[in-house]
Design a protein around this ligand. Structure first.
Ligand code: FAD
Length: 390
């Protein structure tokens, strides 16, 4: 069953929870308000092996499955979602290299990704194309033993600090269907510099929440990379490879949503028992109890959907419908629960002194990332119509 935790998972989750309670919770809001990168916490995450959770042991990782990774993401996001953001682009890139990379690519990247020596961003979104991924314009043109890449990407999370980018580009803009002209590249770049030959990394974009982890533009202008950078060594497979990555990302986003919602619920139920109005704790007023009951029930449903999607993926079963449902339901729940938690806090919920203010600003990005929830519903409906084809 998806809900059953193995002894190993229990132990790992307990270790991460301890790290979150001890090191993350006391500093998260301060770092977030200052929009400061959590350098020390990231070092501890490397020591804990979190950069290589799903990288096979042969390549120096922990060799764990998606279900375990998702449970870890719940715990991290319960403390501070941005820590999950530091890991997620890296995790998807590593998974793509493991699944689709050549043996040479696996050997070159995975061991150093497992330790965190290499840190990856993944980048498909462009200023004019987000949901319509196949409309991207970034071009990669073969020139002898190299490709020359030109185009503009945006919203690349970890775009500045990363030393590698999993990039989606067009190798044949005339291809029909369009996705056959799209290719994934494993690019190496210098971390922490805004300018290098052929690549300009913007200042971090300013955001509502999800602070501390940077999202940047990447402007490629005749950036040169060896031809060996094509993921799997074959052009034209990039769209499918990225969509596989995004499916994993949906489970991860659902896990983050469960973490955010759980944190908001815990803050709300604690506060409701402390705060008094009309002569008794507000938790004794039925209107508040109804909120708490709805919140906890929806969080539990989100958790189960998320774990089932992860279980199916780990079992090698098709999981796009389940991952889509989990992402849709869990992220809408996180948004709703964060708002309800703020309402339960009354005016104090609007104050930066209380964590619910941060959770309320962090939740919305989950609704639009890894396929917006509008797109998610279209994908779910498409699969349902296939399944129930008359
Ligand atoms: C903080 C943050 C971090 C991000 N990190 C990354 C990253 O690391 N890498 C990366 O590649 N991208 C990243 N993104 C980009 C993100 O994936 C896109 O923003 C997302 O895919 C939506 O694309 P868009 O913003 O262009 O919106 P659009 O595609 O322009 O959509 C605008 C609105 O129209 C709706 N819409 C679009 N098409 C349809 C349709 N057919 N039917 C119904 N409604 C539709 C959408 O649901 C949305 O409501 C990040 C974004 C943010 C905000």
């Amino acid at each position: 069953m998806a809900t059953e935790e193995t002894a190993e998972q229990r132990e790992i989750v307990a270790t991460i929870r301890e790290f979150v309670e001890r090191d993350v919770v006391p500093v998260a809001s301060e770092l977030e308000h200052a929009d400061e990168y959590p350098a020390e916490l990231v070092e501890t995450m490397k020591e804990l092996g979190l950069f290589g959770v799903t990288i096979p042991e042969d390549y120096g990782g922990l060799g764990l499955d998606l279900s375990t990774y998702a449970r870890i993401q719940v715990e991290l996001s319960r403390g501070w979602m941005s820590l999950s953001g530091v890991l997620n682009t890296h995790f998807i890139s590593a998974w793509m290299i493991r699944e689709h990379g050549t043996e040479e690519q696996r050997a070159r990247y995975l061991p150093r990704m497992a330790t965190g020596e290499l840190h990856f961003a993944y980048s498909m979104t462009e200023p004019h194309a987000g949901s319509d991924v196949q409309a991207i314009r970034t071009r990669a043109v073969r020139d002898g033993d190299e490709y020359v890449i030109t185009g503009q990407k945006t919203w690349a999370t970890n775009g500045l600090r990363s030393s590698g980018v999993m990039l989606l580009a067009k190798t044949d803009p005339e291809a029909d269907p369009r996705h056959r002209g799209m290719t994934a590249f494993v690019l190496e770049k210098a971390p922490n510099v805004h300018e290098q030959p052929g690549l300009t990394v913007s200042r971090p974009l300013r955001k509502l929440g999800y602070k501390g982890v940077e999202s940047t533009e990447l402007v490629f202008d005749a950036f040169r990379t060896p031809a060996a950078a094509v993921l799997g060594g074959e052009e034209g497979l990039g769209f499918k490879q990225f969509m596989g990555g995004i499916e994993l990302g949906r489970v991860n986003i659902a896990a983050r949503a469960v973490g955010i919602a759980q944190a908001a619920f815990e803050a709300a139920i604690r506060y409701a028992q402390e705060r008094e109005a009309f002569g008794k704790p507000i938790a004794r007023h039925q209107a508040i109890q109804l909120k708490l009951a709805q919140m906890a029930t929806k969080i539990e449903a989100s958790r189960l959907l998320m774990l089932e999607a992860a279980r199916r993926k780990d079992a090698g079963e098709r999981a796009d419908l389940e991952a889509g449902m989990a992402k849709l339901f869990a992220t809408e729940t996180a948004e709703e629960v964060a708002l309800e938690a703020m309402r339960i806090h009354g005016g104090y919920g609007y104050s930066q002194e209380y964590v619910v203010e941060r959770l309320y600003r962090d939740a919305p990005v989950l609704i639009l990332g890894e396929g917006s929830n509008e797109i998610q519903q279209l994908l779910i409906a498409r699969r349902l119509l296939e399944r129930y084809e008359a």
